[in-house]
Design a protein. Sequence first.
Length: 261
Amino acid sequence: MNYTHDELYNLLEELHDRYNSVDFIEPDPISIPHSFANPLDKEISGFLAATIAWGNRKAIVKSANRMMDYLDGRPYEFVVGASENELKGLSGYVHRTFNGTDLECFVRALRRICAEYGSLGEWFQGEWERTEDMTRVLASFRALFFDFDHPARSEKHLSSIAKGAACKRLNMYLRWMVRRDGRGVDFGLWKRIPMSALYLPLDVHSGNVARQLGLLERKQSDWRAVAEVTERLRTFCPDDPVKYDYALFGVGINAGLTSNV
């Protein structure tokens, strides 16, 4: 079906209102950072939960909760203060191809960032203020993250925008931390980054729906597709284009578009 701009706007707004609610939280990986009160714990747990967020959502949430158990239920404190023996104790963790070696690597990388900048939020906000370009922020973050002696295998678990990746999980994490709309789903912790700077966390579900709606023409789900669909969404809400992630993803996981969406 071909929609006019106004028809598409109204549809996106309707779907956004339907899916951007606290009912979204429990079955989604965002439930992991929601289980913590301390903003620093939200940052760390959110990043790690987003890192393993591919595949079945129920399995992701179960694995992410198990990961928090490995971090003794205190992710920030563990990241900044765990002993070498405690770090080695992460070896038993596994979620699909992300294993204990990768978890230890990620904890060590996060420790370095927190030691130098205080928190992930301080680094991301500072880098945004320095560049005002989220594509540069994403590239710089990956370079910083792996700027130490680390297992090469772990690099595949943090997407590279320099290689054209869609960076779905990083964009999703940024949505969690940056968006602030009073709906109780996203956290809005990083207020120095404008919501207008965010890019859509493009995945199979949101990509399929975006193509059906005529918001995305590119067939590959890479960074060029992310830029294309986000630019289209900015025509509907320049200040908060990623609000429509709920519309696209929500419809995508609920049997897709029908004649009576």
